[in-house]
Design a protein around this ligand. Structure first.
Ligand code: KIV
Length: 295
């Protein structure tokens, strides 16, 4: 049983178990999650991994990009997801620049996320912080890599497909090999050509989880609100909608609004009433007096 007293899902994964899935050619499903109520639903779904992505800074808090991420916001989201999904393997993103201020700052940030209940952290990029990745892993913190489009570098790269020219293609392969050598347990590959995903997935023993990276990877990740169709104006090519969330929720809100306006909500079954024994004797007299005073 978990801390919440619910039955544990028998197949809760760990960083170490993911390589077996790859070996057995079993695809890995990962979704982002940022809050308790969605985590609760995800906990009772078949999804393999929940990622407390720093995309939550945008999705949940409305910031324009992930450079606004802070360790405090990541901690808040991680705690909520861990509480809602005790049976899931949960990875938390290291926020913007938290891995670029020296090993001790990075270790402190990772410690804070692990102490919120995350079982692993994800770090974008590689160049300039190999030592940090190696140190966290040596310290017993499982690290997931993230190559291709790394949204925390949006001001340098924009949001565009990476690895399309020969140099970039080769550089991403070299980085992926290096990440594996450093000991990451898996990596995200974001917005790269399918051919590059195929090559890297074949070359590595660790699982490659793709987003906008075609179908050759060992698994897929999507932003929860994107796949639920809750974001109205932006739909990148790789996002598949599994629900028309925006319209469905908007319709429900309008339905509730109408019911309130035409007084059909709440009806008698949705209202509390005095019980028979509460309107006997002295109580009945007091209520009668009260009602007379009010009228
Ligand atoms: O923050 C995030 O949502 C991510 C995924 C896009 C992989 O890093």
């Amino acid at each position: 049983m978990s801390a919440q007293g619910k039955t544990k899902h028998p197949s809760k994964l760990s960083a170490g178990m993911l390589q077996n899935l790859k070996k057995e050619h079993r695809k890995i499903s990962m979704l982002t999650c940022y809050d308790y109520s969605f985590a609760n639903i995800a906990n009772q779904s078949d999804i393999d991994i929940l990622l407390v992505g720093d995309s939550g800074i945008m999705t949940l808090f409305g910031y324009p990009d992930t450079t606004y991420g802070t360790i405090e916001l990541m901690e808040m989201m991680t705690k909520a997801v861990v509480t809602g999904a005790p049976d899931k393997f949960i990875i938390a993103d290291m926020p913007f620049l938290s891995h670029r201020k020296g090993i001790h700052h990075a270790l402190d940030s990772a410690e804070r996320l692990i102490k919120c209940g995350a079982q692993a952290v994800k770090i974008e990029g590689l160049s300039g912080h190999k030592d940090v990745i190696a140190y966290l892993i040596e310290s017993g913190i499982p690290v997931m890599g993230h190559l291709g489009l790394t949204p925390q570098s949006v001001h340098a790269t924009g949001y565009k497909v990476q690895g399309r020219n020969t140099d970039d293609f080769q550089a991403i392969i070299a980085d992926a090999m290096m990440l594996q050598e450093l000991g990451v347990f898996a990596m995200v590959l974001e917005c790269v050509p399918t051919e590059l995903t195929e090559k890297i997935t074949q070359m590595l023993d660790i699982p490659v989880i793709g987003i906008g990276a075609g179908n050759a990877s060992d698994g897929q990740v999507l932003v929860l609100q994107d796949m639920l169709g809750m974001t109205q104006n932006i739909k990148p090519k790789f996002v598949r909608h599994y629900l028309n969330g925006f319209h469905t929720i908007q319709t429900a809100l309008n339905h509730y609004h109408q019911d309130v306006k035409n007084a059909s909500y709440p009806d008698a079954t949705e209202s509390y009433h005095l019980r028979n024994n509460q309107v006997q004797g002295n109580t009945a007299t007091k209520i009668k007096q009260l009602m007379e005073q009010l009228s």
